[in-house]
Structure formats: structure tokens, C-alpha cells
Ligand binder design. Structure first.
Ligand SMILES: C[S@@+](CC[C@H](N)C(=O)[O-])C[C@H]1O[C@@H](n2cnc3c(N)ncnc32)[C@H](O)[C@@H]1O
Length: 231
């Protein structure tokens, strides 16, 4: 079983430079939908929180498209936050990093809360399901009334039950890629990974239990974007 080594400089740099896009051929489209949703945040609504913010790729898109947006970037990897500080240095005052583990948010003092919106891109599958449920409860308390919670994440695949169908759509997704990955390589990498992608129904159930109204607005291959609102 492979495990992502977010704490290692080499792993962090190569994810940032190559794997973020290569392992997820529709990532640009997914992020475009996410940023479009975040464009609804008004200048006076307050800061946004990003859970598992990583190297700041998403913040660059946010700051380019939403001139008033300000983001608290939480991540447990110093190496990823270092890459983010470098990338986001031109956006001084609009970005605040916090080094913190999503598995343990209970006692964390969250700067700039309450938030207008909270989102997480490709990070919640890194923590066990019990931690996800605790995160959703925490996020509910950190949001302003009516605030939005957007989850973009990998969901549990069913490679063993539907291998031909997964291969067919994977090959379609790779048609436009400069350095396509074979389905065999993808399945090896993601079929037995030491992480915790959840089923879509599980995610929706946990969000409802935390008090959110939630619906999936994007679902393609093993990636979903769920929009949730604090009711
Ligand atoms: C696939 S990257 C996504 C980065 C960024 N959200 C993006 O889409 O560009 C996953 C990120 O989650 C972070 N991460 C992993 N486990 C974590 C945890 N337990 N607490 C906080 N961050 C975590 C990693 O350090 C990494 O930066």
C-alpha cells in the first residue's frame, strides 16, 4: 500500500509540479466550478477557510478571479505551506497559513472566523471517516449563518466490480493529456492506496448529520464536488 509523503520536500514538489494535474485530468474544470461558486462571496462576508490548502495552487486562481477574497490556508505539511508562501508572496495580506492537522481540530484557535465559506480540494480523503465527521461538525460552527462549505474530493472507486468501465472512461479522460497515464498505472496507484476516500452517500449523510443542506454539483469518474450550506 502506498501512502502520500506530504512532509517530504521531494514528494511535495513533484505533486505540485506534475501529479496534481496528471492524476486528475479534469482538475482545471473542477477548480473552475469551485472558484465560480466562491465568486458568490461578497467583500464584507469575511475570510474563506481552505482545509488541506497545500501549495497554494487553488488560492492563485481565487486571488486572480476574486479581487477581494482572503483565505486562511490550513495544512499539516510544512513543505506544502512553504511552496504556498513562495507562490502567494505577491498576494500579501490576503493569505494566512496555519500549520495544523485536520485529525485534531478540537482545540484549534481559528484566525479570522467566522468564515463566509469553507472549502477543501482533494484533501479530505487523507483523513479517516470519523475525522471527516468531526471536521464537518467543526466547519458548521466556524461558518456564518448561510455560509457555504464546498468539498471537492476523490470518492471511493469500484475498480474491482467495473474494471472495463473505469478503464474506458479513464482513457477518455486522458485523451488530451501530454503525458497520459495508463489505466493499469492509475489503478495500481489508487486501487490500493493507504488513504480514506468515502462514498458519495456517506459524505452526504455526514453533512446532513452536521446540520448542512448538501448536494453533489459535479460527479465524474472518482471525483465529486459537493455544495453544502449552513441552514
Ligand atoms: C492532494 S493535496 C491538495 C492540495 C490543495 N488543496 C490543492 O487542491 O491544490 C492534499 C493536501 O492535504 C494535506 N493534508 C494531508 N493530510 C492532512 C491532515 N491530516 N491535515 C491537514 N492537511 C493534510 C497535504 O499536506 C496536502 O497539502
Amino acid at each position: 500500500m502506498t501512502k502520500d509523503a506530504w512532509g517530504e520536500e521531494g514528494f511535495a514538489k513533484s505533486w505540485d509540479a506534475v501529479n496534481a494535474a496528471r492524476d486528475n485530468p479534469d482538475r482545471a474544470n473542477q477548480l473552475d466550478i469551485l472558484i465560480t461558486l466562491l465568486e458568490g462571496v461578497k467583500p464584507d462576508d469575511g475570510w474563506i477557510l481552505d482545509l488541506g490548502a497545500g501549495s497554494g495552487q487553488v488560492e492563485t486562481l481565487i486571488f486572480e478571479r476574486i479581487p477581494h477574497a482572503r483565505v486562511v490556508c490550513l495544512d499539516s505539511s510544512e513543505e506544502m505551506l512553504k511552496l504556498a508562501s513562495k507562490r502567494l508572496s505577491v498576494y500579501e495580506g490576503r493569505y494566512q497559513p496555519i500549520l495544523c492537522d485536520m485529525n485534531d481540530l478540537k482545540e484549534v484557535e481559528f484566525p479570522r472566523a467566522p468564515y463566509s465559506a469553507v472549502f477543501s480540494s482533494q484533501a479530505l480523503h487523507e483523513i479517516p471517516h470519523e475525522s471527516k465527521q468531526a471536521v464537518y461538525e467543526k466547519v458548521y460552527g466556524l461558518l456564518r449563518p448561510g455560509g457555504a462549505f464546498y468539498i471537492l474530493d476523490r470518492i471511493e472507486p469500484r475498480f474491482d466490480d467495473l474494471p472495463d468501465d473505469y478503464e474506458c472512461v479513464w482513457n477518455r479522460l486522458n485523451r488530451q493529456m501530454d503525458a497520459p497515464m495508463t489505466f493499469h498505472e492509475y489503478r495500481e496507484r489508487y486501487g490500493g492506496k493507504d488513504d480514506y476516500p468515502a462514498k458519495l452517500d456517506e459524505q452526504l449523510g455526514w453533512l446532513a448529520a452536521a446540520g448542512f443542506a448538501a448536494a453533489p454539483l459535479y460527479l465524474h469518474y472518482n471525483r465529486a464536488l459537493i455544495a453544502a450550506r449552513k441552514t
